[in-house]
Ligand binder design. Sequence first.
Ligand code: ACO
Ligand code: ZN
Length: 167
Amino acid sequence: MEFAEAKKGKEYRIRNARLTDVDQIIKINRLALPENYPYYFFVEHLKEYEAAFFVAESDDEVVGYIMPRIEWGFSNLKQLPTLVKKGHVVSIAVLEQYRRLGIGTALLQASMKAMKEVYNAEEVYLEVRVSNLPAINLYRKLGFKEVKVLRHYYADGEDAYLMAAPL
Ligand code: ACO
Ligand code: ZN
């Protein structure tokens, strides 16, 4: 799956991630977020959920990524406890110089489409710091709602919103 987009004169392309992208994905993750993971964690997610794992390329380098997982679990949206297949956005980040160009939106849209069409997931969820307004706004724009607050979810004590959307 490939898309070409341009905003503010900067062009970028969304494509499925490859194993050779992992070093750059790890670099972006460490620059952008305090939640970091070992090399094998990225590789395992890439191998398992390759069709929903995307990167954005601009100026011939990877400038953003979305790392997903597919899980069976209780619905975050239905009233009654129901087991459903869910997409889980484990991590998404864009290099600072490439933010506000629509790349985060394009990555999340591409991954949500694959979660639904390739993996037959019914809904998608994620956790986000309650202070992370850029990310919360992005998720709201794509139909996510705050479902609950997870107290002291992060290592530094900050709360998370669990946000979810139908697919
Ligand atoms: N302030 C307010 N709203 C913002 C901001 C901001 N700084 N940045 C994005 N948004 C909202 C806006 O509604 C924006 O739409 P608009 O530009 O039309 O107003 C919308 O999000 C979409 O913005 P994009 O340009 O598509 O998003 P971007 O490419 O900048 O990526 C991201 C957003 C991934 C959150 C980026 O800011 C980033 O990498 N942040 C650091 C890492 C991070 O916080 N990741 C999410 C952690 S939670 C998790 O991974 C599950
Ligand atoms: Zn998570």
